[in-house]
Structure formats: structure tokens, C-alpha cells
Design a binder for this molecule. Structure first.
Ligand code: F6R
Length: 353
């Protein structure tokens, strides 16, 4: 059942600290500064890594590829239904990673089958033991999120983020004590976000807006895309996610005083400073700006509202920022009386191409 929550989606959002602890259990060793992924012990990877997925899992794939590149591993992400429209771009050095929580998505299965047939090595990153993808792929990495009933993926995305963080560290054989320490802090920090979020008040303020925009750069870019996808899926309102730097190349024409912009700002380095410039661009068009950031960021000075997250590194921050955006979507959908657990026209598992 829903354990007292009005919707499975809200229950599953609140299950994230537990889901994330399960994802990490036995896989990180703080003392040794090690990450070990049981199922990948015999996977030596030196060639390129290609992530393939659909929908929310594609956003996780973008996130995983960006993380790999930060670790010095060549990596790309593709939408599964576009992956094999030309020739299958693999050789025997390529690792193709299918990211799919259900393990049954037809487009993803097809892409992985073709990659395998073309001689690539294959890895499934999935929530579902014994699912079709695990039979197609050479290896499997389980995200261990537990069952998800709501059609909108919530805790499975967070668990994908964490599992792919472990994968990137493991493929590159690099993980520092600091990284592991901040990884292990994430479940408790998600709990802090759940306990303190002002997302409901933000939802009340902006529920009648014309459209909703989400921006981020670096690891926050796929989270901006995910924020917008979740939003359109359950609120039926117009929402778009953009790389923060792309606004001025077109989308800025849509920005008005009636289009709130959610800006994810992580860290206080170069990336954050650039995103702050992008925030100034939308402020100049009178758009309300809601900044998702930690308390130390100077981005708060340019915000009309702040959705605060605990201070951590960029990886952790992008997990926490996503939780804030899940809650905004949930509360806007709730205020509009939408069918949150079963949005119109959508299915939990898409088994047709
Ligand atoms: C959105 C959502 C979908 C799925 C997509 C892929 O909330 O759930 O976009 O992410 O259909 O599903 P899986 O991960 O099962 O391959």
C-alpha cells in the first residue's frame, strides 16, 4: 500500500534515502577508499563506453557519461530508439551500457541486442533481477531501488545516479576518500531535503504560470532535463529543460514574467559562475528565478526563491537538486488535481518500439 501517503509517487520520493543506502551497501569501503562492484570484477574496460536508454533513464545515461568523462573515460550517451538507425557504432573494445529500470523497454533491448551482435561488450544497469535486459547483456549492475509503482520514475532515477557514480569510479579505477565520504553522506542529505523542502510553497506560488523552465550545466544539465520531463509528465503543463548556456541561443525568446525558471547551481567554481550569468539573462526578462543550491552559493543573491540543499560535491548536489525538483512537480500536479500515479497516455513499462 501507500503507507499513509496520498500517492505512490510521494511514498517513493520518501523512500529514496533507503533506496540509496541499499544501492551503496557492500560496494564502498571508506577505510580503503575503494569501490567494488561484485558483478563487474572481471570487467577490464579500456575502450569507449556508450550509454543507451530512454526517457528518464536516458537522463541518467547522460549523467553517467558525463561522470565517466570527468574520470577520464571516453563515454557518450544515446537515445535507444536513435542508436541503431545508422550502423551499430561498436567494436570489441566498446562497452555498451543499457540503462533501464524495468529491464523491459523495447527500444533499449533492441539496441543492446544489436550492439551485442555487432561484437560489443554489454552491461545492463537495471532495477529488475531476471529482466529481459539481463539476459541480453554480458554483465548486470543492479541499482537496488526496490519496487516502483508510480509511473513517473523517481527513486529509480536517484538510484541510477548513484549506481552510475559507482560505475564511473570503478571503470576508471579512481576513487578518493573524499569522494566516497561524500557519496556515503548522500542518503542522509536526501532525508534532510525531504524534511526541510519548501517545494510546496513554490508550487503554490507558481501553479498558474504559463510554462516552466529548468536549467543546469555539467552534471546539473541532465537533472534539468529530468526536472522538466517529470514536470510535464505529471502536471501536463509545458516544461522544458535546457543546458544553461543554450538559453541565449534561442529559448530566451520564450522567457517572460510568467515563466518561472528553475536554475540548478552546484559548487562555487567556474560552472556556478557561468550559470549565475545565465540567471542574470533571465532576470533581465523579468522571469521569476528559483535557484536550487546549497547555502554557500552566491547564486542566492540573484534568486527570487531558493530551494536549499545541503552542501556537498557536485555529484551529491545533483542527486539532492533532483529531489527538490521531484517535489515541485509533485505539488504542482497535486494542486492541479492530476492523476499523479497514472498520468494520461503513459505506461510504466514501454514494450513496443
Ligand atoms: C519517466 C519514465 C520513463 C522511463 C522510460 C524508460 O518518468 O519513467 O521516461 O524512464 O520509459 O524506462 P526504463 O527505465 O524502464 O527503460
Amino acid at each position: 500500500g501507500k503507507s499513509g501517503y496520498d500517492h505512490y509517487m510521494l511514498k517513493e520520493i520518501h523512500e529514496q534515502p533507503t533506496a540509496l543506502r541499499q544501492c551503496l551497501r557492500g560496494r564502498v569501503d571508506e577505510l580503503e577508499g575503494d569501490i567494488s562492484l561484485e558483478s563487474l570484477a572481471d570487467l577490464e574496460q579500456s575502450g569507449p563506453v556508450q550509454f543507451v536508454a530512454c526517457g528518464t533513464s536516458y537522463h541518467a545515461a547522460l549523467y553517467g557519461a558525463a561522470l565517466c568523462r570527468e574520470h577520464g573515460v571516453r563515454a557518450t550517451a544515446s537515445i535507444a530508439s536513435e542508436y541503431t538507425t545508422d550502423r551499430v557504432p561498436v567494436d570489441e573494445d566498446t562497452l555498451v551500457v543499457g540503462v533501464t529500470q524495468s529491464g523491459e523497454t523495447a527500444d533499449t533491448l533492441r539496441a543492446l541486442r544489436e550492439a551485442s551482435r555487432a561484437g560489443g561488450r554489454t552491461l545492463a544497469v537495471t532495477n529488475t533481477v531476471g529482466s529481459s535486459i539481463t539476459r541480453v547483456c554480458d554483465h548486470a549492475l543492479y541499482i537496488r531501488a526496490g519496487p516502483e509503482i508510480g509511473v513517473a520514475a523517481t527513486k529509480t532515477f536517484a538510484s541510477q545516479q548513484l549506481a552510475l557514480t559507482l560505475l564511473a569510479a570503478s571503470l576508471s579505477n579512481t576513487s578518493s576518500h573524499r569522494e566516497i565520504e561524500s557519496l556515503r553522506a548522500v542518503p542522509d542529505q536526501v532525508q534532510t531535503v525531504l524534511d526541510t523542502s519548501q517545494a510546496k510553497a513554490i508550487a503554490e506560488e507558481f501553479v498558474n504560470a504559463d510554462a516552466f523552465f529548468f536549467i543546469g550545466r555539467g552534471l546539473a544539465y541532465p537533472v534539468a532535463l529530468e526536472g522538466a520531463l517529470k514536470f510535464k509528465e505529471i502536471t501536463y503543463e509545458h516544461a522544458e529543460g535546457f543546458a544553461a548556456g543554450e538559453l541565449k541561443h534561442g529559448p530566451l525568446a520564450l522567457v517572460t514574467k510568467d515563466t518561472p525558471v528553475f536554475a540548478i547551481v552546484t559548487g562555487d567554481g567556474k560552472r556556478a559562475r557561468k550559470t549565475i550569468s545565465n540567471i542574470k539573462e533571465v532576470e533581465a526578462r523579468d522571469a521569476p528565478v528559483i535557484v536550487v543550491t546549497d547555502g554557500e552559493s552566491e547564486a542566492e543573491r540573484y534568486a527570487d526563491h531558493v530551494l536549499e540543499i545541503p552542501a556537498t560535491d557536485e555529484r551529491g548536489a545533483t542527486v539532492l537538486a533532483n529531489v527538490q525538483l521531484q517535489l515541485v512537480s509533485y505539488w504542482v500536479a497535486n494542486l492541479l488535481g492530476r492523476s499523479i500515479d497514472k498520468p494520461r497516455n503513459l505506461a510504466k513499462s514501454v514494450t513496443v518500439e
